[in-house]
Design a protein around this ligand. Structure first.
Ligand SMILES: C[S@@+](CC[C@H](N)C(=O)[O-])C[C@H]1O[C@@H](n2cnc3c(N)ncnc32)[C@H](O)[C@@H]1O
Length: 225
């Protein structure tokens, strides 16, 4: 069996620990060093695509829509958001770790078809939470996949993202009818309640990790009504 080769490491801001990019043949893996484990594997990415397909379904064919993707990872959700929106749309991708952007500009970028090269993409290097401080109705869809679910995994500060205060700020950055879509490795009914308390209309979809097989992941779809 081909061994994994480490291609790069990166420090996650705010003492979040270390991210490690490895490659084995055509497969890439991003790990959080230590007990926290794998954040993403290129072989298994159907639910990352579904996050954008479901989160952008309401703006199919719409002109000049604006989508925010947080974070970049291996670029699958970003690529699917570009595919799901029109040529006049703009997709902002927020990524906390500078090296993740560098990796996507290198060999890792091939996984999702080099979405960063699309001229509709604008990169925000930093915490996606910063973009919710404006509280101005800006986006038709916000697609969040920064942790393994609605609790801080990549960095402890991400816990704040899923608080009612933060969800209400996100709601304010959505245009009328806009959708907040959140990827999760599990289904948590308490989080559905949290979204409802933040005045979203909520539904959840179960999607499989790999071509109709594998783990079941949850996509929370929270609409601003
Ligand atoms: C699971 S990966 C995203 C996978 C992505 N959906 C894909 O299709 O490849 C999580 C990404 O979010 C980034 N991230 C974590 N916390 C973040 C934050 N607060 N703001 C922006 N990016 C963040 C991580 O560095 C990592 O690149």
């Amino acid at each position: 069996m081909i061994p994994w080769t480490i291609l790069g490491t990166a420090n996650i801001p705010n003492n979040g620990g270390e991210l490690r990019l490895s490659q084995r043949g055509d497969d890439f893996s991003i790990h959080l060093k230590g007990v926290r484990g794998e954040l993403m594997n290129s072989r298994v990415h159907c639910s990352e695509l579904a996050l954008a397909e479901l989160g952008c379904a309401h703006i199919k064919g719409a002109e000049k829509s604006k989508v925010l993707v947080g974070g970049l990872g291996m670029g699958f959700t970003l690529a699917a958001a570009l595919k799901a929106t029109s040529k006049s749309s703009q997709v902002v991708v927020a990524e906390l770790v500078p090296e993740v952007i560098e990796w996507n500009n290198g060999p890792l970028g091939e996984c999702a078809g080099r979405p960063l090269d699309d001229n509709r993409v604008m990169v925000h290097l930093g915490d996606v939470a910063e973009l919710f401080n404006t509280k101005q109705a800006t986006y038709d869809a916000v697609l969040l996949d920064v942790d393994n679910g609605p609790e801080g995994f990549t960095q402890a500060d991400n816990n704040n993202l899923y608080s009612i205060e933060s969800l209400q700020a996100i709601r304010q950055t959505l245009r009328p009818g806009g959708v907040l879509a959140i990827w999760s490795a599990w289904h948590d009914p308490k989080f559905t309640q949290q979204l409802k308390k933040s005045r979203f209309k909520v539904e959840t979809k179960t999607v499989r990790a790999h071509k109709g097989k594998g783990s079941r992941h949850t996509i929370y779809l929270a609409r601003k009504v």
